[in-house]
Ligand binder design. Structure first.
Ligand code: TPP
Ligand code: MG
Length: 430
């Protein structure tokens, strides 16, 4: 065909370019989404061979039914206190997201990312792990820090890149890090955390330790080579790791079809590598908890890794730099058939008789007040553009034990340019 002459009477080849089903203004109809009834999924033993549980990668584990009752073998049977802690933590994450998003709009920080609608996939998952287990998050798992009790004021200091920012202004806002809480530094380079988590888990196993790793990435990120390299290592070495894929349907303005969702599920990637795979209703906090608990027990008993696809929906914009009204139908959020994780857990607790609409209202106000207080306290340490940031010279410190020549050169050049631009600024310490 290269010479213009067809070699056969076959039709010309054609390329398939995925196209999302709904665009701005379109009516949304999710009736063909395959959503099984809650409680109908069998719960295999945690030592089951991956090939004996292959159906699970096409199914969906669900615990909360349409009446918000917990049903079936995956019900983790948590007590009221644990469920209330889960609800409070998710509500606090949402209140934090809403307020910090507004701080960006007010110019106090350059950037923010919400996890609205996806709170269960980090909060409930983390609650099913041990505090000693190592978490390798992407940028939308702030819920891990909340579940592990990280102070909100530290998060806001980082978001404001102020003089109390523990990361010294070297990370994009929201790219937190906490060694104490076993929360690996968030990287903006998608999916780098996957091979790192698997390598960490392999090291833990090779040392004969008892800690496992958990890693998160978005469905779009599964198209990265790092995802597949990590899967290979996890499978080959039977690494004690839980690999979470948060399928929130969108990767900024690219829909999940560009990462392969038109062909199969993300959980089905597990089958190809011969590891255990679970597909979970990501807006059902009890299902997320139960699946993580299952995978953690599997990893801890040397049965190897598990890939968990959390089927959910990114209810808000990708980040403060994004405007989803330009590329998707606003009806998607309203029509999303799996509801909202906080609302579902709230209803569950109400039907259990341990919670009420009034108590929820009070909780929501408490969460708002707590964030307000944290923001106020952090703002005293500086906000964007107010000059209360880390000293300039810290930019070149801490990476190398001895500063290499090229950084020394860059530092000298930066000092010169700084003296021209801000002649009144104090000279940096050498
Ligand atoms: C290696 C790399 N490629 C591209 C980007 C730009 N980028 C940032 S977020 C994003 C979308 C990721 O989508 P997904 O993995 O589904 O996660 P979500 O944002 O939905 O949580 C892209 C393409 C990046 N940060 N790193
Ligand atoms: Mg996504």
């Amino acid at each position: 065909m290269a010479d213009g002459k067809s070699k056969s009477n076959l039709p010309p080849l054609s390329l398939h370019v995925p196209e999302p089903r709904f665009r701005p203004g379109d009516a949304v109809d999710y009736s063909d989404l395959d959503i099984p009834n809650a409680g109908e999924q069998a719960r295999p033993d945690t030592n089951t061979e991956p090939k004996a549980m292959r159906d699970m990668v096409y199914d969906m584990i669900r615990v909360l039914d349409d009446d918000y009752k917990a049903v079936g073998p995956w019900d983790p049977r948590l007590d009221d206190d644990k469920l209330l802690e889960m609800l409070r933590t998710m509500a606090q994450v949402r209140a934090f997201d809403d307020r910090l998003h507004r701080q960006q709009r007010q110019g106090k920080t350059s950037f923010y990312m919400k996890c609205t609608g996806e709170e269960a996939t980090s909060v409930a998952a983390t609650m099913a792990l041990d505090k000693e287990d190592m978490c390798f998050p992407s940028y939308r798992q702030q819920g891990i820090l909340f579940a592990r009790g990280y102070p909100m004021v530290e998060m806001v200091n980082q978001i404001f890149s102020n003089r109390e920012d523990k990361l010294k202004g070297r990370q994009l806002p929201i790219m937190y890090s906490s060694r104490e809480l076993n929360f690996f530094t968030v990287s903006g380079n998608l999916t780098t955390q996957y091979p790192q988590a698997v390598g960490w888990a392999m090291a833990s196993a090779s040392k004969g330790d008892d800690r496992i790793a958990a890693v998160w990435c978005g469905e779009g990120s599964t198209a990265e080579g790092d995802f597949h390299a990590a899967m290979t290592f996890a499978a080959v070495y039977n690494a004690p790791v839980i690999m979470n894929v948060i399928n929130n349907q969108w990767a900024i303005s690219s829909f999940s079809g560009f990462a392969g969702s038109e062909r199969t599920t993300f959980a089905a990637r597990a089958a190809g590598y011969g590891i255990a795979g679970l597909r979970v209703d990501g807006n059902d906090p009890l299902a997320v908890y139960a699946a993580t608990q299952w995978a953690a027990e599997r990893a801890r008993t040397n049965q190897g890794p598990t890939l968990i696809e959390h089927f959910t929906y990114r209810a808000d914009a990708h980040s403060t730099s994004d405007d989803p009204t330009a590329y998707r139908s606003a009806q998607e959020r309203e029509e999303w058939p799996l509801g909202d994780p906080i609302m579902r857990l709230k209803r569950h607790l109400i039907q259990r008789g341990v919670w009420s609409v009034e108590q929820q209202e009070e909780l929501d106000w408490q969460c708002v007040d707590a964030v307000k207080a944290a923001v106020k306290e952090a703002a005293r340490n500086g906000i964007l553009g107010h000059g209360l940031h880390q000293p300039f010279e810290t930019m070149f410190q801490d990476v190398f034990e001895e500063m290499p020549w090229h950084l020394q050169e860059q530092r000298v050049q930066a000092d010169k340019e700084r003296a021209i631009k801000w002649p009144d600024a104090e000279a940096p310490e050498q």
